[in-house]
Design a protein. Sequence first.
Length: 1003
Amino acid sequence: MKTLDILALPKTESSLSIIKSYLQTNLTRSEYEQVFLRMLEIEQFLGLDKNVIQEGEDFLNNFASDESKYYSDLLKILFDSSLNLKDFDRSEYYLDEHRKYVPILEEYIVDSDAIKLAKMAGRPYLDKLVKITQSATPNEIKIPFYVELLELYINDSKFALAKEALDDLKLISSDKYYKQELEILYGLGLYDELIIKAESYKDINEAVIPSVLMLMRVYFEQNKDHRMTVIDSEYEHHFENATIDQRKEFYEICIKLYQKLGSKQSEEYYTKLLRDIKRLETRQQRDQAKQEKELAQKIETTIVTPLQKTKELSRKDEKRQISNFFDIFMFAEGISEKFVLRDYLRTLFIFIDNYIRPSDYVIYLNDGRLFHYKKERLYEKRILEELTYHTIIRDIVNKETEFFSNPLDLEKNIEVVSQLPYDVNTKYVYGIPLEGQGAFLVYFEENIVDPETYYDFVKLISGLIFSKLNQENKLKVFRKENLFLTNILKSDLIALRTLTEIKTTYNPLAQKMFMQDENQYIDSFYMKLKPDFIRVYREQIKKMFQKPNQKALINYRYDNKFIEERMVSILDGDQIKIVSAFRDTTDSVIKLESSLEKAIRDPETNLYNLAHLKDQMSDLMESKVTFIAVELNMDNRHIYGPDNSFLYFREFVKITDNFFPDGITYRTDFNELIITIPVNDVRTVNNTLKSYIKFIDEYQVISIPYEQYQIKMGVLRYPVATTHTNVDTILKYIDIAKEKAKLRKDLIYHQFSYNDYEDEVFEQSVINHLNDALDRKDLHLSFNQIINVEKTLVWQYESQLSLENLNIEPKYITTLAKKRNRIIELERFHILKVLDFLVKLSNETKYLIKITIPVSEETFLDQTFNPFLIGAVKDRKLSFNFIRLKVDLANIKTHHYTHKIHELLNTGISLDTTSLAMVLTYPFNALYVDFNDGDIKWQTYYKELAKVLEGFHIALIASNVNSKEAYETVKRLNIKYASGQIYPKVDAEKLLQQIIEMMNDDK
């Protein structure tokens, strides 16, 4: 080896043996000095300061020359070791000697050492700090001394001097000194300036803790309790990783705040946190004192003794060990690459148990992961770096030093897993660095005399672990460098972010949008969200990490921007990643807010109104959207009054708006809402509507207890159901769908199709004709013939109305009139038309016939129906005996309208019905049934029914007899009366002529 190779040796114990051997070779004076100083540096690094003093002073007195260029370096090393041993007199001597030989431009080194000595000896050193900050020392060297000077001034309450020092520091440093600046402002009593700066600093990562503490301190003095509670709720989580002193100050001021406010729960919460942190502080102080004591003992006894093998392996043992190594290596290579690190380690250690039997394996990685293997079980957890400070792990990681010793002989004898001294059963510990990635520990319960016994095994295992870690790192790099994803991430097409559980990556557009670095941690993103949304956002992220192929769309405010985020969870290898696409919606939101002056919100519910919906329709229809019109049944309004009804409706609005988090709710009428949701596929829409209906059915109303919400909904999926762009047309279509739902008792919602519109147009044209006809009294009267089947003679005439020039069934006119709420008006017109016909017939023939007039349930149950009918007959001086009513009853309650029915019967008016229950309850003359001859069961029913009714002198009339076969069946079943298309209808004028002709023939 050459001198340069020796000087490049690592700072380990094994290097000392090599250096000491090298010093015995023939070297030049300069080479000897360089190598000797390197040996002292390594000994000093390993804590062998007594060796440094002994060997260094011997060299200084017997060999060194003050003319050597390395003389100053030797004095510096002797000073440092003397200081480490707290030999302050010796330190001061070497400090003064060093000052004599140091170059003028490097005097700051001696000044710095003088400050170190003063600090360790407990002497004042303020003047030394002032001197070095005002000297010609390079600026980058001055900075830490300025910072220390600042702290001294602040601690001594010399805030004016501190401000001057801070101003000088800002001239030479680009760093920010938030904490010191705020402390100075507080000390100077400049509260207003302090509050302004602290409020601006509290969202900066490195400034959040001091800013929050200072704000809490000032606000407490100013009695601004509300501001303090807001800061507590928003920033309390930042103190989880704060220093003990910072946490203590925060907890103490929070306790005072909540004592003042009388919030017992919050006071107890922070009291517990304060108690826990004080216990932690006490434990750390105790551990530190113990370590310092042990270190002092070590310093007294430590002498470097290069490690020597006590024995050599036999040739036979060596071959067997090589064979074992080969078996372990081949097994490790055969472990599946798909195994995560935890499974890989457990599988490997179980196999190695066949060759050696340690009690424990412990692996610590620099990312905080800790793996502990014991008795075929492997445990994994994360630990704070601070928990390794009192263990050999920290020295292994920082110094790349190997350890193999009885744990009782270790300087740091705290076991990392239990955080207690090593178990008495642990007799020997090996510690191997993992080449910058962590540390590997192996515990044995046997007394090991020669470290070489298992050293090679432990080194082999550490090599396999290091290889696996490298393999995982390479795989991570390979995934990161995936060309397609990388190109997408780096493109300006859209702002993207990729999130894993430990890393965040923003593409350039996202970096610009959020002012974040490429790999800024996700907590920095959370800090810019609205405080009340942070928890919601975190829960969404947590949910997305649970399984792949999930999607979510969320809108929120980030700093001063409004953001729409679409996120999806993707499985990349064995890791779930969340990819988010962001859209800055700030411009559209500002535009929306500016339109508030145009009265876009409903004042009662704070929802957007119909006018705003119309404004937004063009934007909504540019993409997939579904419109949902919801009408709340407010028939109970007259019962509960306007105030309670308003609360009832507003509660409905709130729960409906909350149910559709991705939609927008508009109020379009006093009891109607329209919700827009950004989907239009039929399955999603139907599932959403069913979930909403279920939610409404199960919801317990608060404003009016025991009153459930009853709704009807019209739904239009755009552009699936229509591609029209006219706003009024779209709203009309939505209303048509809602009206369709209202007509069906078995449906809560109806989805619009274009056929609905065509039906609506046709119905409207018919109703227009009907309205005109009613206004002009121009409906055409005709009669269906009811035939006596046995005698084949006309038994009765049933009247009906029709529209001229429109080939429409009279039943359709009746149905349409019911739908448009004109049935009562239509049927009263019908009755008057029949009565006028009877008057005309009586005047021209002196003869009357009995006519059956069909009447709906709505008309019959109207409170003014009886007076209307009786009055109309009396006005025309007609006999009541020629009037028959065919009443279509369905939902009438038995005995509920007894008086109404008997009032009509007492006048002589005959009553027929379509309800079996009514004919069996009241003295009706006839029962109409829609005849169905297609099934033997129905035929049997009709036959037996005819017998029963005939026994009570009630006629059974089979309607809808439309064929000769049906007529023969009626006849065979002994049903006496029938009507239908098989018998032609007769219009009023023709019937009048037939009666006149019949009268003339009789003469």
